[in-house]
Design a protein around this ligand. Sequence first.
Ligand SMILES: CSCCC(=O)C(=O)COP(=O)(O)O
Ligand code: ZN
Length: 210
Amino acid sequence: MPTYNEQAEGVIELARFASEKGWLPATSGNLSVLVERDPLLFAITRSGADKQRLTDQDVLLVDAHMQVQGDTPYRPSAETTVHVALYHKLPCGSILHVHTVYNNLVSELFARQGYVEIAHHELLKALGHWEENASVRIPIVPNWSDLNQLGQAVADVAQADVPAVLVRAHGVYAFGETPDAARRHLEAVEFLCEYVYRLELIRAAGFVAP
Ligand SMILES: CSCCC(=O)C(=O)COP(=O)(O)O
Ligand SMILES: [Zn+2]
């Protein structure tokens, strides 16, 4: 079983990756890696940390009740509620939450129907959909300010075969059974959000596929 130190290093590496992409602006976002499933323990970023300069002090070991294990002056991410709810619902090994312009725009464009549907795109394979004519609906939930409510809302719509949930005008939660899978899902969702947004733009300008 991986140790807390190994998983904390994993969180720091994921933060470096997402920061280099510009996906964690202004201290936003939170990232976690599972340490133990039962009883639940995971390594997660502390609230307010600058994820571009994360150190091991900025990663906390937290349980199912959001209690921090060990001695630290810091509090865990305010959105730890969402991570706990997702770890309870699905066999996640890592959960990545980032804020980007494209995921925010797509969440606004499709908020009313509660999902964005993406069909016939090659990168759906990176989300695990290799079937011919694949079609995936990524759920969109309101940006509840009550973070317990937000956690419940995200977990209610989260499905193992669609490994992301958009939060309207806020960001995305992507997850996977391993940190590498969660990262691949996040990269694919970010690519697809940019694609969907740009396609909407050219369609609005009159483009019709031949
Ligand atoms: C400055 S971003 C506002 C809070 C947020 O949405 C976020 O992702 C970061 O919260 P945390 O408590 O994890 O730092
Ligand atoms: Zn956030």
